[in-house]
Ligand binder design. Structure first.
Ligand code: FES
Length: 111
C-alpha cells in the first residue's frame, strides 16, 4: 500500500490528506511512517479516518498490504478489517486503535 512519511511531535502524527494524497479518496488506505512508528490509516468516509498500529498482533511484523478493503500481514497472512479487527488468523487480537481528528485537510493521529 502507499507509504506516507509524516511528522511526529508531542505524541501526535500530523499529515495532509488533501487531493494528491494517497488518502484523498474514501476507501483508500496508507501506511503512515513517522520516526519509527508505523500506523495504518484507512479513509472510511469523507471525514472519517481509522488509524491503528501497523504492528501485527501475531509476531509483530509490519502490516504492509491493503487489498479489497483488507489489511494483510506479509509474514503469515493475517488479515484485518479497516477497524483493526482480525478477519483471518493467526493474529490473536485486534490492532490497537488511535484517535484521529480532521481539521481542514490536516489529519492528526494521537498516539
Ligand atoms: S506476524 Fe503477522 S501474521 Fe504473523
Amino acid at each position: 500500500m502507499p507509504v506516507i512519511n509524516a511528522t511526529l511531535a508531542n505524541n501526535a502524527i500530523t499529515l495532509n490528506v488533501a487531493a494528491g494524497s494517497p488518502l484523498a479518496s474514501v476507501g483508500s488506505a496508507a501506511l503512515v511512517q513517522a520516526s519509527n512508528t508505523n500506523v495504518l490509516v484507512a479513509r472510511v468516509a469523507q471525514d472519517t479516518f481509522n488509524a491503528m498500529t501497523a504492528v501485527c498482533t501475531h509476531e509483530a511484523c509490519t502490516v504492509t498490504r491493503f487489498a479489497s478493503g483488507t489489511f494483510q500481514c506479509p509474514c503469515h497472512g493475517s488479515e484485518y478489517n479497516t477497524n483493526g479487527g482480525v478477519t483471518k488468523g493467526p493474529a490473536p487480537s485486534s490492532l490497537r486503535r488511535f484517535n484521529t481528528q480532521l481539521a481542514g485537510d490536516v489529519l492528526t493521529i494521537s498516539l
